[in-house]
Design a protein around this ligand. Structure first.
Ligand code: KIV
Length: 307
């Protein structure tokens, strides 16, 4: 493909003429320029399209979809095939944002070669532009980087470690664990990770790591000093069914809007107020006339027969 014809690798059709694709190097530039990065999870065509059109820089097809979309208790059971299915839908919708796919639990926890093979599937079969992995898996990050696969690291509260952590708890609260987290963050960046998600860590720790690293940090429950922020789509819009975590800001109550719209629809159906005549299709006038004439003729014959 010619880079002259396709600047930034984006479809050059008129609809996309003014779009500058967000890339991993572009995110690194944003850190250097001190311009915050907006990130959001999304899992399907409609919501990712809205997020992309709203100007979100990075869309993560997070394994949180196991919980917020599929209703599982935690993220552990989601499979590579399920994550691929959702990543494809997001890829079809997004024009500008960087699409990052979350590697699910078990898909990169064994041999490096297996992690690499699974990551390649996300790039090749689903259109992801980077993969996210939890924990300080330095050898794997090196292998992915060598294979030209951009990596987003994820440290702190890593939901795939729920059983080891004993629940979703804020991490790095002692001097020892803070120092380990800072060393892990540095090691991930040295191994080639291009972005680092910091989840559920004290603000001071996230600020120190953000200052330490040349790569952007994206915080969730990590305070305002990161280079960017990410939220789960369903948290931002109140599409969840439990009280939100402390770090969640609800920007709209889409849950209430949807519930009341659906109740209104149900009432209209029950009262035969939906659909109206304007919402119905009609026969073309000549066809209607022919049918009416036929009906009238049949009616007449029926009447004569009775006589
Ligand atoms: O799966 C997810 O949604 C995530 C974000 C919380 C960073 O990993």
């Amino acid at each position: 493909m010619s880079l002259t014809t396709f600047p930034g690798g984006v479809d050059p059709s008129p609809a996309n003429a003014s779009i500058t694709k967000v890339t991993m190097p572009a995110l690194a530039d944003r850190k250097r320029q001190g311009k915050p990065i907006s990130a959001l999870t999304a899992y399907d065509y409609a919501t990712s399209r809205i997020a992309d059109e709203a100007g979100i820089d990075l869309i993560l097809v997070g394994d949180s979809l196991a919980m917020v979309v599929l209703g599982h208790e935690n993220t552990l059971s989601i499979t590579v095939d399920e994550m691929l299915h959702h990543t494809r839908a997001v890829h079809r919708a997004v024009r500008r944002a960087l699409v990052v796919a979350d590697m699910p639990f078990g898909s990169y926890h064994g041999a490096v070669a297996e992690g690499l093979a699974n990551a390649i599937r996300f790039i090749k079969e689903a259109g992801a532009e980077a993969v996210k992995i939890e924990g300080a898996r330095i050898e794997l990050v090196r292998a992915l980087t060598d294979a030209e696969i951009p990596v987003v690291g994820h440290l702190g509260l890593t939901p795939q470690s729920i059983h080891r952590m004993g629940g979703y708890r804020v991490q790095a609260r002692t001097a020892e664990t803070v120092l380990r987290l800072r060393a892990d963050a540095q090691a991930l960046a040295d191994a080639g990770a291009g972005v680092l998600v910091l989840e559920g860590v004290p603000r001071e720790v996230a600020a120190a790591i953000t200052a330490d690293l040349p790569i952007p940090t994206i915080g969730i429950g990590a305070g305002p000093d990161c280079d960017g922020q990410i939220l789960v789509f369903h948290d931002l819009l109140n599409l969840t069914f439990a009280p939100p975590a402390k770090f969640v800001r609800r920007y709209a109550d889409a849950g209430s809007i949807m519930r009341s719209a659906i109740e209104h629809y149900r009432d209209d159906v029950e009262q035969r107020a939906f659909p109206s005549d304007e919402e119905s299709y009609h026969l073309p006038e000549p066809v209607r006339r022919v049918l009416e004439e036929k009906d009238a003729a049949q009616h007449k014959t029926g009447t004569l027969r009775k006589i």
